[in-house]
Design a protein around this ligand. Sequence first.
Ligand SMILES: NC(=O)c1ccc[n+]([C@@H]2O[C@H](COP(=O)([O-])OP(=O)(O)OC[C@H]3O[C@@H](n4cnc5c(N)ncnc54)[C@H](OP(=O)(O)O)[C@@H]3O)[C@@H](O)[C@H]2O)c1
Length: 212
Amino acid sequence: MILEEKYTLSNGVDIPKLGLGTWFINNEDAVQAVKDAVKIGYRHIDTAQAYQNESGVGEGIKASGVNREEMFVTTKLAAEVKSYKEALASIDASLQRLGLDYIDMMIIHSPKPWAKFKEDEPYFEGNREAWRALEEAYNAGKLRAIGLSNFEKADIDNIVDSCLVTPMVNQILVHISNTPKELVEFCHEKDILVEAYSPIGHGELLKNGEVK
Ligand SMILES: NC(=O)c1ccc[n+]([C@@H]2O[C@H](COP(=O)([O-])OP(=O)(O)OC[C@H]3O[C@@H](n4cnc5c(N)ncnc54)[C@H](OP(=O)(O)O)[C@@H]3O)[C@@H](O)[C@H]2O)c1
C-alpha cells in the first residue's frame, strides 16, 4: 500500500511517500484530522508555522497512540523569517508548539516573504542566514532533515553554493496540469527530493471526469 512506501533522503532518513497536508485545518480540528489520518495508515503529516495549527498537529500525533519513531512530521519556517537569530528562535518555538523533542523535517516555506513574492529582491542573504539556523538545529539533533519549498533554480544555487548541509527536499507545486520538469530535474541532479504539494490542484482536478 502506498501509505507504507517510503523514499530515502540524501542523508539516509526515510520519508513516507504520501503525507497529510494540514493547510486550512484550524488548530482545534487538526487534532482529530491527524488522529483519523493515522488511523487509516498515514505516517507523514505536513504542517507549517503559517498554518497556525502546529500544537493541534502535535496533540493529534500524541493522541494517535502510534510510536513517535513511526511518524514523520514536517513543519515550515515562516517565509518572513530571513535572519539567523530569528530563525533559531522560530525553530525552537515550533518544537515547543508541536510538543516534540525533534522534528523530522523543517523546510524554508518560501524564498521570499509572501507579501514580497512578486518583487524582484531574491532575499539571497536572508535565505542563507535562515539556512545556517536550520543547519545548526540539524546538527544539534533537533531536526532530522532540512529542506526548501517554492525554491527556483537560482534560489537553490544560492543555498547549495554556500551551505555545509545540502537541502534534502524542495516542496513545490506539482500536479498533472503543473509540471515544472526542468526544476524537478535540476533538483534531482542535486540529490534534492521533490515533494509535490497541492497534488490534486486544491480539489479542482477532481472536477475533470477522466481524472476522477
Ligand atoms: N509549501 C507550500 O507552499 C504549500 C502550498 C500549498 C499546499 N501545501 C501543502 O500541500 C497540502 C495539500 O495541498 P492543497 O490543500 O493545496 O491541495 P490538494 O491536496 O491538491 O487538494 C486538497 C483539497 O482537495 C479537495 N478534495 C480532496 N479530496 C476530494 C475529493 N475526493 N473530492 C473532491 N474534493 C476533494 C478538498 O477540498 P475541500 O476542503 O473543499 O473538501 C481539499 O481541501 C497542504 O495541506 C499543505 O500541507 C504546501
